[in-house]
Design a protein around this ligand. Structure first.
Ligand SMILES: Nc1ncnc2c1ncn2[C@@H]1O[C@H](CCC(=O)c2cccc(C(=O)O)c2)[C@@H](O)[C@H]1O
Ligand SMILES: [Zn+2]
Length: 355
């Protein structure tokens, strides 16, 4: 006979997952192409049958298993090759927002790499119109507010930096939803300081600096991002844990880290979740935000990243609400926008804990 007095293993975990599923959230580090779900990839692959990306969602699980960071970028670029027309761009953006809304994401800063599209022949203005059309439809229909980060694909060099900066700063081209400027791709062999003039121009044009740093290289790259690229938040920043002075600096200056735990395992930047430095960040007083990076490619979503963080940081519902509010605080929303989501988080948490 089953002993019903003993809670089934995992009940607490299930309750926390249910709490997370309904928790209003903000996401600060998530890539446009990297958010293409199997459903979206299949639709794009069917449109472009010459692509090497499998159209069958089940085959995508194997295809999205990476041997290292370089392999991840290789696969990533094969998905980039599926985005060939402004309509592909619009579809991807709109469907990504739908997937976010299902997870109660109220606000997201989505990282786009417009250079990858313009160099493949998509007209810059048509690209901007496509993302803006998707942004406005998504906000009206799903209630999810999107803002853009344009990032330089570092490995593609200064030509990519120049083009990304032009697209981000030319008043006749830059989209209304653009708030920030980033730098992604591999770090090894791609020194950050060479991008200083481009970040200077972007910051002068009113954009916020949010480069990836310390994902696959050491803390010196994070220092470079801070001192040379004027970073206001750090993408990943994983290796900061190896430099106590850096942790103290990040904490003192309230420079948030955009932590993406499952991504770090999938790209082999960190060996296991148990070894992930998120605990050290929190202990040092750094403003930690939790993000999904390239969720379907890493077999995760934002809700799962919150569940992972809850386990690693030993958070209860109040702790998770605090984590969600960290992302709101670290976002580039205005004060009223931040207050609105923070209040929603508090109201949801209070209602959950009293019923
Ligand atoms: N975890 C990540 N960490 C870092 N970056 C990540 C992560 N996830 C996704 N990215 C994205 O990968 C892009 C890389 C694209 C790139 O390197 C490249 C090189 C040469 C040519 C072209 C091209 O398009 O022709 C592109 C970055 O810009 C970034 O947005
Ligand atoms: Zn990233």
């Amino acid at each position: 006979m089953t002993d019903t007095s003993v809670p089934a293993v995992g009940t607490a975990d299930r309750d926390l997952r249910a709490f997370i599923a309904g928790l209003p959230k903000a996401e600060l580090h998530v890539h446009h192409v990297g958010s293409a779900s199997p459903r979206i990839v299949s639709e794009l692959a069917a449109r472009h049958p010459d692509s090497k990306v499998p159209a069958d969602p089940e085959a995508l699980v194997d295809y999205f298993t990476f041997t290292d960071f370089a392999h991840f970028i290789e696969v990533y670029l094969s998905v980039v090759d599926l985005i060939r027309t402004p309509e592909d761009v619009r579809l991807l953006t709109y469907e990504v927002a739908r997937d976010m809304a299902r997870q109660q994401v109220r606000y997201a800063e989505l990282t786009l790499t417009p250079f990858s599209s313009t160099r493949r022949g998509i007209d810059a203005r048509a690209f901007m119109e496509a993302i803006e059309d998707a942004r406005k439809s998504a906000e009206a229909e799903f209630g999810t507010v999107l803002r853009w980060c344009f990032d330089i694909p570092g490995e593609a060099g200064l030509e990519a930096a120049e083009e990304t900066t032009r697209l981000a700063t030319d008043d006749r081209i830059r989209p209304e939803g653009l708030v920030s400027f980033g730098l992604g791709g591999p770090e090894i062999g791609v020194p950050r300081p060479q991008f200083k003039p481009y970040f200077d121009r972007a910051v002068a044009a009113g954009l916020r600096s949010v480069p990836h740093a310390g994902e696959t290289t050491g803390p010196e790259t994070v220092w470079d991002a801070l001192t040379e690229l004027r970073a206001e938040r750090i993408g990943h920043g994983t290796s900061s844990a190896r430099d106590p002075k850096l942790l103290a600096h990040l904490a003192e200056h309230r420079i948030p880290l955009e932590v993406c735990p499952t991504s770090n395992i999938a790209t082999r930047a960190v060996r296991t979740l148990e070894e992930h430095p998120i605990k050290e960040f929190a202990r040092a007083g750094v403003l930690v935000t939790v993000n999904s990076d390239d969720p379907p490619m890493f077999g995760t979503d934002l809700n799962n990243e919150y569940a992972v963080a809850a386990r690693l940081l030993e958070l209860d519902e109040q702790g998770l609400a605090g984590l969600a509010k960290n992302a709101v605080e670290a976002s580039f929303l205005d004060a009223a926008g931040k207050a609105r989501i923070a209040e929603e988080i508090d109201a949801y948490t209070a209602a959950w804990l009293t019923h």
